[in-house]
Design a binder for this molecule. Structure first.
Ligand code: F6P
Length: 461
């Protein structure tokens, strides 16, 4: 990989967020997450910059440098935030790309705002990218940027990575602007998807709707070649492993177990509070296990962490109510004084508490109806340095392709989910070890740094 060419990352959000504490001046802090952790060292080594939205409506702050990376904030008015981000990205594309688990809405005004916002990202990138730089565009919010950018700056090498699933043609075909969208994507030189199935879906759509030709991973688009292939994302495995074995995490993990009840099995779910994650069915399956007597509420406890997300979007407010309804009903029915059946935490956790909970959990349930990859599943595995614990994993998460030693479930099949959670609770330690060792081998083979280097290596040749 050539390390000389400068790199520009373009993503909906900047890698920083504004933090203000009382009595102190607001400051920028690095945002959590694997993508930022993976790209920061690469950007530092390549005089890199990042174009993104600062996360609030209104004018953009001026360009600034954070940890050696030049950040170029994009300003979006309240109307554009609503039309581009809350509506077209998260009420049209998000449900359409996640197997239509909610009905996507199609509105011409939303599309216009999506195009307008993508144009702003492309224009800012065209302005700041050095000559012949490499540009890496991320995710479904910015699918028009590759072609818009190519028109403005044909000298750039453009890569695009989609973090969420890419739908089969039969679903994508519903989108009134499917051709424009495919043409936007095909402005890239390299398009990366999470799984081989996603890549196949994208290639089929590229041929049928985007004027591309060819059968393999390399497509011909006019005079150009566009490669469309799978680059499954991962996590910073070593940092989870290291954190999991620190005295502070071990102590926290034991304290959690003690507070939850040392003689109770701990079942854990950690998700963004999103309707694609299957939190509702998971709780329903658990309630039925309790109701049928297969699980004794005195001997088991469910911990559900729900990280607030996209709260101004209607469907997210609805799923929050639904999940909280389930938690309330289950607790009303099965909790006793001092013994709560479901602990529900609606917040994000700091890394130590997160890994301590992973370590405290006998069973981790990851049951999305559809998910691009699902990094929580990989984080749990990386944190189980003692090789115990059981992972229940939806077959509709991208992670299921490689984590074949997990107990896989169809989240639409309540009976199957009950049986699988029950089975996970009764695995022998020997079977836990066998499965967890195999899962850890898979996760360790490929971390997020390898992912970024492989993509950039293929992009820059
Ligand atoms: O993986 C999809 C994704 O939209 C990411 O792009 C983003 O980091 C995350 O989910 C959280 O979403 P949002 O930026 O809408 O809060």
């Amino acid at each position: 990989m050539s390390t000389k060419k400068s790199l520009v990352v373009v993503a909906n959000r900047l890698p920083v967020h504004r933090v203000s504490s009382r009595g102190q001046r607001a400051r920028w802090e690095t945002s959590p997450g694997g993508l930022v952790a993976a790209l920061t060292p690469i950007l530092k080594g390549r005089s890199g910059s990042w174009v993104g939205w600062a996360g609030t409506a209104g004018g953009a702050p001026r360009r600034f440098t954070h940890q050696g990376i030049a950040l170029h904030p994009i300003g979006l008015s309240r109307q554009l935030v609503e039309g581009f981000y809350e509506r077209f990205s998260n009420r049209t594309l998000w449900p359409l790309y996640h197997d239509v688990v909610r009905r996507p809405e199609f509105h011409r005004g939303w599309w216009k705002d999506y195009r307008e916002a993508n144009t702003r990202f492309a224009e800012m990138t065209a302005k700041v990218a050095p000559r012949r730089a490499t540009v890496w565009v991320h995710d479904y919010q910015l699918q028009l940027v590759p072609q818009l950018l190519r028109t403005l700056r044909p000298d750039l090498r453009i890569g695009y990575f989609l973090h969420i699933p890419f739908p089969p043609l039969e679903l994508l075909a519903q989108l009134p602007w499917r051709r424009e969208l495919m043409e936007g994507l095909l402005g890239a030189d390299l398009i990366g998807l999470q799984t081989k199935d996603d890549a196949r879906n994208m290639r089929r759509a590229a041929v049928r709707l985007g004027g591309a030709h060819g059968r393999g991973e390399d497509l011909a688009v006019g005079e150009r070649r566009v490669r469309v292939a799978a680059y499954p994302i991962s996590i910073d495995v070593a940092s989870f492993e290291t954190l999991a074995d620190t005295p502070v995490v071990l102590a926290k993990s034991f304290a959690f177990r003690r507070r939850l009840g040392l003689d109770r099995q701990v079942i854990l779910g950690i998700d963004r509070l999103d309707y694609t994650k299957g939190i509702d069915t998971r709780l329903r399956a658990y309630e039925e296990l309790l109701a049928s007597g297969r699980v004794d509420p005195a001997r088991a406890v469910f911990v559900q962490v729900a990280v607030p997300s996209r709260e101004r979007v209607e469907e997210y407010a609805e799923i929050r109510e639904e999940v909280e309804g389930w938690v309330g009903r289950i607790n009303g029915r099965f909790s006793t004084v001092g013994l709560t059946t479901v602990h529900y935490l609606r917040r994000s956790l700091n890394p130590e508490d997160l890994v301590a909970l992973y370590r405290a959990a006998d069973v981790m349930v990851v049951t999305p109806y559809r998910d691009g990859m699902n990094l929580v599943a990989k984080e749990y595995v990386a944190s189980r340095t003692d090789n115990t614990g059981a992972l229940v994993l939806s077959e509709f998460a991208g992670a299921a392709r490689s984590l074949t030693a997990a107990l896989q479930v169809n989240p639409h099949d309540i009976d199957g989910m009950e049986d699988t959670i029950h089975r996970a609770m009764h695995l022998t330690v020997e079977e836990q070890r066998q499965r967890m060792r195999s899962l850890r081998r898979v996760v360790r083979r490929h971390n997020v740094h390898d992912w970024a280097n492989r993509f950039l290596g293929d992009l820059t040749g």
